[in-house]
Design a protein around this ligand. Structure first.
Ligand code: IPM
Ligand code: MG
Length: 402
C-alpha cells in the first residue's frame, strides 16, 4: 500500500519539478521591459473584482480618469473595462482566471485590479486558486512592491515581496499523499530570488538609500530561505555603497512595532509568504490595510491593486458603499508613476495624505458613522485639483518634523 502511495506521489512531484525547471529556463531567457514612452495608446485594463472590489475600483478608476482626461482625449491612453473576474464567473468556469479574461488582460499594458474573493475549503464556492496568485503567475509579475509610510515618525518603508515563488506558487499544487499525510511545496530559484533582490537594490540606489534588509528564516528553513539569503548577499557585492543586513521574519514582525527602532528599516526584500504577512502588519501601522496600495511588476505587464481582500462581510452587512477606497486610489497613483506620469501619481499621494493624515475634514469608518467611498474620493480629488496642494502638504510635513 505505502509503496503505491509513494509511487503516485513521486509522479506528481516529478510533474511539478519539471514545470519549475521549465520556468527557470524561461526566466533565464529574460523578457524585455515594456517601454511606456513608446506606446500609443497605453492600454489600462480595469478589473473590478467582487465584494467591495466592485465599488472601490470604480472610485479608483474615476480618480485615474480624472487626472488622465487630456491623455484619453488625445488618444494617448485608453481605458478598457474587464468584467469577467467576479467570483461568480470564475466559479462558473472553475478557473482562477477564465481563458477569455486572461486574453483580455494580456491585451492590456497595465492593469488596475479590485480585490477578488479567494475561495477557501468549506465556503459556497469551488475551491479554485486565488485570482491574484494566478494573475501574478500567468503574467509573471514577480515583484510585489508595497510602500508604507508613517510620516510623523519618519517611517518610510518599501517592501519588495517576491511574488511568483515561495510557499505560494505551489500552494495550490500540494497534495494528500495518503489519508493522513498532506504536503505543500515551497520553491525558491536562483533566478527568481535574484530578480527581486536586484529590484530592491536598484530602488535603494535610485532613492539614495544606503541599506537593504533581507527577511528570511534561513536558520530554520535552510534550503529555500538559505538560497534567498545567499543570493541577496551575492547581489549586494554589486552595490558597494549599500549595506545588506539579514533579519529573521519572527523578530522582524516584532521590530515593526518597536517605535524606537522601526524607522531604521527602509528597503526590505523577502520571499512571498513573509511579505504577505509583514505588509499587512505594516499597512495596519500606517492606518489600516485599507490605506495601502500594491504594485505587481513584471517585465511585460504590471498590475496595481489594494493589499486587502474583497470584504464579503461588509457587503453582507450592507456597508459596501462605506468601504475605504484609499488603497485602490493609492494603487492608481502607483500605476501613474509606473506608466510615466510620476508627478500626477505624486499629486494623488499628497492629496491622500492631506485628507487622511492632515486636514481630515472627512472620515471613512467602513460604516455609516463615516462618509461613503464616493464622497471621500471626491474629497481627495478636490485636493488633487487644488493649486495649493504641494505648498500645503509641505507645510504639514514641516510641522511634523518640528
Ligand atoms: C495579498 C493578498 C493575497 C495574497 C490573497 C488575496 C491571495 O493577501 O495580496 O497580500 O495572499 O497574496
Ligand atoms: Mg496579504
Amino acid at each position: 500500500m505505502s509503496n503505491e502511495l509513494i509511487e503516485q506521489a513521486k509522479e506528481k512531484f516529478a510533474a511539478i519539478m519539471q514545470e519549475q525547471l521549465d520556468r527557470i529556463e524561461v526566466m533565464k531567457q529574460g523578457a524585455e521591459d515594456t517601454d511606456f514612452s513608446q506606446l500609443k495608446p497605453i492600454i489600462i485594463g480595469v478589473c473590478f473584482g467582487d465584494g467591495i472590489g466592485e465599488i472601490i475600483s470604480k472610485h479608483a478608476r474615476a480618480a485615474l480618469e480624472h487626472v488622465l482626461k487630456d491623455e484619453v482625449a488625445a488618444g494617448k491612453v485608453e481605458f478598457r473595462d474587464i468584467d469577467g473576474l467576479t467570483i461568480e464567473n470564475r466559479a462558473k468556469h472553475e478557473k482562477a482566471i477564465p481563458d477569455d479574461v486572461l486574453a483580455e488582460l494580456k491585451a492590456c499594458h497595465v492593469i488596475l485590479k479590485g480585490p477578488t474573493t479567494t475561495p477557501q475549503a468549506g465556503d459556497e464556492w469551488p475551491n479554485i486558486e486565488s485570482a491574484n496568485v494566478a494573475m501574478r503567475r500567468y503574467l509573471d509579475l514577480f515583484a510585489n512592491v508595497r510602500p508604507v509610510k508613517i510620516p510623523q515618525e519618519g517611517v518610510d518603508w518599501c517592501f519588495f515581496r517576491e511574488n511568483t515563488e515561495g510557499a505560494y506558487v505551489l500552494g495550490s499544487k500540494g497534495f494528500d499523499v495518503s489519508e493522513d499525510l498532506s504536503v505543500d511545496f515551497k520553491v525558491i530559484t536562483e533566478q527568481g530570488a535574484e530578480r527581486i533582490v536586484r529590484m530592491a537594490f536598484e530602488y535603494a540606489k535610485n532613492n539614495g538609500i544606503d541599506k537593504v534588509t533581507v527577511v528570511t528564516k534561513s536558520n530554520v528553513v535552510k534550503t529555500t530561505d538559505g538560497r534567498f539569503s545567499r543570493v541577496a548577499f551575492r547581489i549586494a557585492k554589486e552595490y558597494p555603497g549599500i549595506n545588506l543586513d539579514e533579519w529573521y521574519i519572527d523578530i522582524m514582525t516584532a521590530k515593526l512595532i518597536d517605535e524606537s527602532r522601526r524607522r531604521e528599516f527602509k528597503v526590505m526584500v523577502m520571499p512571498n509568504l513573509y511579505g504577505d504577512i509583514l505588509t499587512d502588519e505594516a499597512a495596519q501601522l500606517q492606518g489600516g490595510v485599507g490605506t495601502a496600495g500594491s504594485a505587481n511588476i513584471g517585465s511585460q505587464w504590471s498590475m496595481f491593486e489594494a493589499i486587502h481582500g474583497s470584504a464579503p462581510r461588509m457587503v453582507k452587512e450592507g456597508r459596501a458603499q462605506f468601504a475605504d477606497p484609499c488603497s485602490m486610489v493609492r494603487a492608481s497613483a502607483m500605476l501613474l508613476r509606473h506608466i510615466g506620469y510620476p508627478e500626477r501619481g505624486e499629486k494623488i499621494e499628497m492629496a491622500l495624505e492631506m485628507c487622511g493624515q492632515f486636514e481630515k475634514k472627512m472620515k471613512i469608518t467602513g460604516r455609516d458613522t463615516g462618509v461613503t467611498g464616493e464622497a471621500y474620493t471626491e474629497y481627495v480629488l478636490s485636493w488633487v485639483d487644488n493649486p495649493d496642494l504641494k505648498a500645503k502638504w509641505e507645510e504639514e510635513v514641516d510641522k511634523i518634523k518640528k
